[in-house]
Design a protein around this ligand. Structure first.
Ligand SMILES: [Zn+2]
Length: 289
């Protein structure tokens, strides 16, 4: 082969390869150097885009405000089971709870989302914070990885240290909701978060545990819990220094029993009744009712 043909190959082959890669849609893998090495982009600010959600219930701002957060949404389905997606379960449960709280009266209610939209994990408590809420409840469901007998609900409060390996796994999965397709959509810097976590532990941890206890008390005989019902994990959505917050893990989308319960109107109503009783009992103790 003459020298010039060689040169042409050296120049054009890489270009050709690059062209092919672009043509099939950027298949070059991003090297992994640990958690911090990820491409970052900001999820469009949903609060800016849609404004703060409407506060429902009595127009008396002296009444306590509960913010209900339906986990996941939009292009993030959450845990997926047999014909059941976490994002649909959470929205249905959140809506049932909202309706029950409004029907019983005495509290104001807002939802972080009431349709199929995606919010970042940090935006969810931020909505509650901006509304000056008194209580934040994030609703989720878990997955056992494959169809299984593991079933039941549990409650999470914030802690630096997970209460068990299962709690740590749950937290890892939930915190990954902001890393769709390996791309981080975190909006705030790590230092701010560290301070928030620190404050949260000192300020509202006991209150959160107290509220979680009330849910298990009210739920006795009405909701099946997976022991231990009270758990702790470092969940991003619970980093709320200024208000008590609990994550209600409503059951397993991979359990036929739980799926049936979570999809049935009776199961939803039982959940809404238990949570409403617990919320009311909590505010009575706070003198906020
Ligand atoms: Zn979830």
């Amino acid at each position: 082969m003459p020298f010039r043909a060689h040169l042409a190959l050296v120049i054009f082959l890489p270009l050709l390869a690059l062209g092919a890669v672009i043509a099939v849609g950027y298949v070059i893998p991003i090297p992994h150097f640990g958690r911090e090495y990820v491409l970052r982009f900001l999820l469009p600010d949903q609060i800016e885009k849609y404004g703060l959600p409407e506060v429902l219930g009595p127009r008396d701002s002296s009444l306590p405000l509960v913010v209900i957060d339906a986990g996941h949404g939009g292009r993030d389905p959450g845990a997926v089971g047999e014909g059941i997606r976490e994002k649909d379960v959470t929205l249905a449960l959140a809506t049932a709870l909202r309706d029950e709280l409004i029907a019983q009266g005495g509290v104001r209610v807002a939802m972080t989302r009431d349709d199929d939209r995606l919010l970042s994990l940090e935006e969810r408590p931020d909505i509650a914070r901006r509304l000056d809420a008194d209580l934040f409840i994030s609703i989720h469901a878990d997955s056992a990885g494959e169809p299984s007998e593991v079933s039941g609900a549990s409650l999470y409060t914030l802690s630096n240290r997970a209460s068990s390996a299962a709690a740590a796994r749950f937290a890892r999965r939930e915190n990954d909701a902001d890393r769709l397709n390996g791309i981080s959509i975190e909006g705030q810097d790590a230092e701010v978060n560290a301070i928030l976590v620190e404050l949260s532990q000192r300020y509202s941890r006991e209150e959160s545990i107290e509220f979680a206890r009330l849910i298990t008390r009210e739920g006795e005989g009405r909701i099946t819990f997976l022991p231990p019902a009270l758990r702790a994990a470092d969940l991003v959505v619970l980093r709320t220094p200024d208000m008590p917050s609990v994550l209600f893990e409503s059951g397993f989308v991979t359990s036929a029993d739980d799926a049936q319960r979570l999809l049935s109107p009776e199961g939803r109503q039982a959940f809404a009744n238990v949570l409403t009783s617990a919320i009311k009992a909590y505010f009575v103790r706070q003198g906020l009712d």
